[in-house]
Design a binder for this molecule. Structure first.
Ligand SMILES: [Mg+2]
Length: 263
């Protein structure tokens, strides 16, 4: 009798767990990404911001090209949402209600079908005409190297050659990869959609989302650092969620909790 009761209790517990997991899965959605993705994919303001960024980058580069430097000059750019536009992947995540995963990302990146961001190709050609190479430092993984090279090359990017593409091997910080470039070059300009694309000083976001560091380096923006827009994802997101593996409802509460109203 006792064993029967225990078995029944265990069965009820398992049923409860499986129902809970099922409900949580049903609750999962990517709706919080819809507005930012629509804006990024369709608004002419997004395109204008890219043109603005690359126009300023071009002007700065023309100035820097006249300055004397100890080493040859170079430009460092990020790839995703900087030179290549992956918004179809973002949109597909919402349409299919899928969480980000390396497998799903690979499915997209291996197609090598990302379009260029507005002004990016022209900027790469300007660098070429000034004789200043571009290093593409990206956190795409090394197994995406061929597809990434093919994607950049097919769009006509200057410096779309293996020696100028540096992907992620073992760490997400780009510090060591920038330092490798600096062994032979002076980096005069950096372009990215994530502050971590510019300097490791931005990697610590524990104090007010990293805002004090931006204040400290405010004169660099529009000069050596050119920031492009990305409201869909980035290191800024990490400040929303206090822990990993949160359930959809907890994530939703966490997002709401960081909003600051006026009451
Ligand atoms: Mg990026």
């Amino acid at each position: 009798m006792k064993i029967k009761t225990l078995l029944l209790a265990a069965f009820a517990f398992l049923l409860l767990i499986s129902c809970k997991t099922k409900t949580e899965k049903e609750n999962f959605n990517q709706d919080h990404l819809i507005y930012a993705t629509i804006w990024y994919q369709n608004s002419p303001e997004t395109k204008a911001l890219y043109y603005q960024g690359f126009n300023i980058a071009g002007e700065r580069l023309k100035q820097y090209s006249k300055q004397k430097t100890a080493k040859p000059k170079a430009v460092v750019v990020d790839i995703d949402e900087t030179m290549l536009n992956n918004v179809p992947f973002q949109a597909q995540e919402i349409i299919d209600n899928k969480e980000f995963s390396s497998e799903f990302w690979n499915e997209w990146s291996q197609l090598a079908r990302a379009e260029a961001t507005p002004g990016a190709i022209e900027f790469s050609k300007l660098c070429d005409s000034l004789g200043i190479p571009i290093f593409y430092i990206s956190n795409r993984k090394v197994n995406e190297f061929d597809a990434t090279l093919r994607n950049l090359d097919s769009l006509g990017f200057a410096f779309a050659k293996p020696e100028f593409i540096i992907l992620r091997d073992n760490e997400s910080s780009k510090k060591a990869r920038r330092e490798k470039v600096m062994e032979n070059y002076e980096i005069v300009l950096l372009i990215g959609d994530n502050l971590n694309d510019f300097s490791e000083v931005f990697e610590d976001r524990s104090d007010s989302w990293g805002t004090p560091t931006v204040e400290k380096f405010k004169n660099e923006f529009g000069n050596r650092f050119i920031v492009l827009p990305n409201p869909m994802y980035g290191d800024w997101e990490k400040n929303i969620y206090p822990s990993r593996g949160m359930l959809p409802a907890q994530q939703d509460s966490a997002r709401r909790s960081v909003l600051k109203g006026f009451k």
